[in-house]
Design a protein around this ligand. Structure first.
Ligand code: GDP
Ligand code: MG
Length: 737
C-alpha cells in the first residue's frame, strides 16, 4: 500500500482483452496519459474511489501495455514486468477475454509464478455467453487461489465488484511477501531449476526484486534482461547458472529436438489444460441439453407414443391456428369487401370498374385475407422447427417411408413442401438433392408436390369452413394426412413400376432440443409471411389481371346480349316505377328480379370469354367429378399459381353475383348454392391437393430430375391421379347420399 493510503493497482492483460475499456470504466475522467521514460509506450494512470460498508477506499490504477507473456521479448512485455517488479502494486487486476480463456490464462500463470497478487476479471462475458460458454468462476477462483469476477467492461457490468475484489485482495496481502506458484516443468528441467534456485537463494542473487525460482526459470528461458542483470550483479554465479542452462538446453535438443523455453511453455499450457479440464469452461448446456433431449426423446419418439403425440401436435397446430386466426381473417375479408364496394361506387360502371373490383381487389384481396391464418400457422411451424421437434417428425416418418419405397431423407422435402402445412413445393423439390439414389430422388420429387403447401391452404381453409363448419381444424388435419397417404401411395406405385430399385440406408443425427427464441420465431414467421404477401402483390396480381382478362374477353356481341340487356332494363324500370309507399315484399321481389337479370347478363359475358369457353369445353369431362365450368376456370388458373384458385373462384362467382345487396363473399355464395354438396366439396379439396404442381414447381422438377420428361410426367400423372380420386369421391358420395 502506498504512503498516501491509496491502494495501488495495475491493470494487465492480453492486447484487446478490454483493459483500457475497464480502465475507463473504473476511473472515468480521473486519468492522465504519459509515456514511460525514454520509450514510446504509453503510461496511463487514474484514480478511483469505492465506498464499501461505509468505508471509502481510494485506488491508484495504472493501465499496463498489453502483453501475452512476461518474457522480455517485446518492449510492452518488459514494461509491464518492470512495472510490477519495480513499483510493486498492491494487486494486479488481470483482464481476460473469457471467450478464449486458455490463451489468456497463459499470462495469468506467469503472474502467479511471479507471485504478484492477481484478481481476475473474466471480461467479454457477453460474447462468451453468446458463444454458448459457461464458466465456473468460483471453481477457477478456488483452483488458482485468486478472486475471479465476471465482467462486461463495455457495459460497466461487474467492474465495481472486480475493483472491490482487488481492494480486498490488496488489503489481505498488505505487507506480505509475494507467494509464487510453483509449476513442475518435468523431469528434464525440474532438477536443474531446483539446483539453480538453491544457488540463487544461497547467494541472495537479485532476490531483493525477484522470486528465486522465478529467476531460475528465466535463466532457462534465456531471458535477456535477467541475464544482463545477473552478469552485472555476480559474474561468477551468473556464469555458473548459464552453464547449467547450456547443459539442459543441449540435453533438450539432443533428446527431444526442442529448447527449454518450448518445454516451459508446454508445461504451462499443460497446467492450464488440467485446470480447465476440471469443468471450468463448458460449451453451454450442450451436455445437459443432450441428456434432457435423450430423456424427452424416450417419450416423444417412442415407438407407439411418438407417432400418437406427433398427430396430436399436428392437430393442435391447426386448432390454435383457427381459434386465433378466424376473427382477424373475417375482419380482413370484410375490409376487402368494403374496399370493393367503395371502388364500385367511385368508378363508373364498365371495364375499368370490373378490372379493379373483380380482377384486382377480389384477386389480391382474396389472397391477402388469409394473412392472419398464414401468419399463425407459420409461427407454430417455426416453433416446431426451431425447437428441434421437426427433426423428430422426420425421424419417426423414416420408418414408414421405407415401406413405401422412399428414403429417410425424403421426409424433409415433404415437410418443406408443406407436410405440416404452409410450405412450398419449390424448395421442397430442391431439398430432394440430399438423396443420393436417383430413383429415390425421383420418387420424392414427384410426390412432394402433393403436400398442402401455403398456397393451397387458403382454398382448404375456405372450403373447410363451408363444408365442415366448427370442425375446420380437424378437416385441415385430415387433409394433411391425406396428402401424406396419397404421396406414399403414389410413391409405392412408382417405385414398383416406373422407377423400381433397391432402397438405400439412412442414418439421422437428432440435434438436441432447444427453447426457440422469440426473436428467431418472429424472424422466421415474418420471412415466410412476407414472401406470401409479396407474392400476392406481384405474381398473383399479374396472374389475377391476366385471368380477369381471359374471363372478360372476348366480350359477347351486342346482338347476343340484347335480350339480356332488355331484361335488365325492364327489371330496372319495374323497380323504379313503384310508388314510394309500395310494401317491402313487393319491392324486394322486384329487386331480386333485377339482380337475377344482371347476373344472367354477367354470366353470359363470362361464359363467352376465353376462359369461360375453355371451362365449358372441359365441363363434360369435369362434371363427373362435380366441377362445373367456373370451377374449371379456377383450376386452370391454379396451374399458374395455386393461390389464384381462390381469387379466380371469387372473380368467376362475383362476375355472376346474384345478391348485390350483400358484400360479396365466396364462402357465403358456395354455402347458399345447393349444387355445392359435401361430396363435391371434398372432391374439389382432394383434386386441388393432388393435381398438377404449379408452374414454378414443374420447372424445379425439371431442374432436379434433369429432363422435361419427368416434369411433364408430374403434370399428367398428378392430374390423372387427382381426377380419379375426385371422381371416385364425388360419384361414391352421390351414391351414398
Ligand atoms: P485493451 O487492448 O485490452 O486495452 O482492450 P480495449 O479496452 O481497447 O478493448 C478492445 C475492444 O473490446 C474494444 O472494441 C472494446 O469496446 C471491446 N470490449 C471491451 N470490453 C468488452 C466487453 O466486456 N464486451 C464486449 N463485447 N466488448 C468489449
Ligand atoms: Mg488498451
Amino acid at each position: 500500500m502506498s504512503d498516501s493510503g491509496k491502494i495501488t493497482l495495475a491493470l494487465a492483460g492480453n492486447p484487446n482483452a478490454g483493459k483500457t475499456t475497464m480502465f475507463n470504466a473504473l476511473t472515468g475522467a480521473r486519468q492522465h496519459v504519459g509515456n514511460y521514460p525514454g520509450i514510446t509506450v504509453e503510461r496511463k494512470e487514474g484514480f478511483a474511489t469505492l465506498a464499501t460498508g461505509g468505508e471509502k477506499r481510494e485506488f491508484h490504477i495504472t493501465d499496463l501495455p498489453g502483453a501475452y507473456s512476461l518474457t522480455a521479448y517485446t518492449q510492452e512485455e518488459l514494461v509491464a514486468r518492470n512495472h510490477l517488479v519495480d513499483e510493486r502494486p498492491d494487486a494486479v487486476i488481470h483482464v481476460l477475454n473469457a471467450g478464449s480463456l486458455e490463451r489468456n490464462l497463459y499470462l495469468t500463470v506467469q503472474f502467479l509464478e511471479l507471485g504478484v497478487p492477481v484478481a481476475l476479471g473474466l471480461n467479454m462475458m457477453d460474447e462468451a455467453r453468446k458463444k454458448g460458454l459457461t464458466i465456473d468462476s468460483d471453481k477457477l477462483s478456488e483452483l488458482l487461489s485468486a478472486p475471479v469476477v465476471e465482467t462486461v467492461a463495455r457495459a460497466g457490468k461487474g467492474v465495481k465488484d472486480l475493483l472491490a475484489a482487488a481492494g480486498d485482495l490488496a488489503e489481505s496481502r498488505k505487507g506480505d511477501a509475494w507467494s509464487p506458484l510453483t509449476i513442475s516443468y518435468g523431469p528434464d528441467l525440474d532438477p536443474a531449476i531446483a539446483e539453480m534456485t538453491e544457488k540463487i537463494e544461497a547467494a541472495g542473487f537479485l532476490t531483493d526484486r525477484y522470486p528465486s525460482r522465478w529467476l531460475a526459470v528465466k535463466y532457462m528461458e534465456g531471458d535477456e534482461q535477467i541475464l544482463t542483470l545477473g552478469r552485472n550483479a555476480d559474474i561468477d554465479l551468473a556464469q555458473e547458472l548459464e552453464a547449467v542452462t547450456a547443459r539442459v538446453s543441449e540435453h533438450c535438443q539432443s533428446t527431444m529436438n526442442t529448447y527449454p523455453e518450448a518445454v516451459i511453455a508446454d508445461f504451462r499450457y499443460g497446467f492450464i489444460a488440467s485446470l480447465l479440464k476440471q469443468g471450468i469452461v463448458r460449451r453451454e448446456p450442450l451436455r445437459e441439453r443432450i441428456e434432457m433431449s435423450d430423456r424427452l426423446d424416450k417419450v416423444l419418439t417412442h415407438r407407439a407414443l411418438g407417432p400418437a403425440l406427433m398427430l396430436g401436435v399436428l392437430l393442435l397446430v391447426y386448432q390454435i391456428t383457427f381459434s386465433l386466426g378466424q376473427h382477424p381473417m373475417d375482419w380482413l375479408g370484410l375490409f376487402f369487401g368494403w374496399l370493393g364496394e367503395t371502388a364500385e361506387s367511385l368508378i363508373p360502371e364498365g371495364l375499368v370498374q370490373s378490372l379493379v373490383v373483380s380482377g384486382i381487389i377480389d384477386g389480391v384481396g382474396g389472397v391477402l385475407s388469409f394473412v392472419p391464418l398464414i401468419l399463425i400457422i407459420f409461427f407454430l411451424i417455426a416453433f416446431l422447427e426451431d425447437s428441434g421437434y421437426m427433426a423428430r417428425i422426420a425421424y419417426m416418418m423414416d420408418r414408414v417411408f421405407r415401406m413405401f419405397g422412399l428414403h429417410g431423407s425424403s421426409v424433409m422435402p415433404f415437410i418443406v413442401s408443406g407436410g405440416v402445412g404452409g410450405g412450398c413445393a419449390v424448395p421442397g423439390v430442391m431439398a430432394s438433392r440430399t438423396l443420393r439414389s436417383r430413383k429415390e430422388k425421383l420418387a420424392t420429387l414427384l410426390t412432394a408436390p402433393f403436400m398442402a403447401c401455403g398456397a393451397k391452404l387458403p382454398v382448404f381453409i375456405l372450403l373447410a369452413g363451408v363444408f365442415f363448419p366448427h370442425h375446420e381444424a380437424l378437416a385441415l388435419f385430415l387433409i394433411t394426412l391425406s396428402a401424406w397417404a396419397f404421396a406414399l401411395f403414389a410413391a409405392r406405385i412408382l417405385r414398383s413400376t416406373l422407377i423400381r430399385g433397391p432402397s438405400t440406408p439412412f442414418v439421422m443425427e437428432l440435434p438436441p432440443y432447444r427453447m426457440p427464441t422469440l426473436r428467431g420465431l418472429i424472424i422466421h414467421t415474418w420471412e415466410r409471411t412476407w414472401q406470401y404477401i409479396k407474392k400476392a402483390g406481384t405474381v398473383i396480381l399479374a396472374i389475377s389481371i391476366l385471368l380477369w382478362a381471359a374471363m372478360t374477353f372476348p366480350t359477347p356481341h351486342e346482338a347476343d346480349l340484347a335480350p339480356l340487356n332488355e331484361a335488365v332494363a325492364e327489371a330496372q324500370a319495374h323497380v323504379d316505377g313503384f310508388p314510394e309507399d309500395t310494401d317491402q315484399a313487393t319491392l324486394a321481389q322486384a329487386e331480386d328480379d333485377l339482380a337475377m337479370a344482371e347476373a344472367a347478363l354477367a354470366e353470359a359475358g363470362l361464359a363467352n370469354s376465353l376462359a369461360g369457353r375453355l371451362g365449358r369445353a372441359l365441363e363434360p369431362v369435369s362434371q363427373s367429378a362435380g366441377f362445373e365450368w367456373r370451377t374449371n376456370i379456377a383450376l386452370i388458373g391454379g396451374v399458374a399459381a395455386k393461390e389464384v384458385i381462390i381469387s379466380t373462384l371469387g372473380t368467376a362467382y362475383s362476375l355472376g353475383d346474384v345478391d348485390p345487396e350483400e358484400a360479396f363473399s365466396l364462402a357465403g355464395h358456395i354455402r347458399s348454392d345447393p349444387t355445392w354438396t359435401t361430396p363435391r366439396g371434398i372432391a374439389l379439396i382432394l383434386f386441388i391437393l393432388l393435381y398438377s404442381p404449379c408452374f414454378v414447381t414443374v420447372v424445379a422438377i425439371r431442374q432436379e430430375a434433369g429432363s422435361w420428361k419427368w416434369a411433364l410426367f408430374s403434370i399428367v400423372f398428378n392430374t390423372a391421379l387427382a381426377f380419379g380420386v375426385a371422381v371416385a369421391v364425388y360419384q361414391g358420395g352421390a351414391m351414398l347420399l
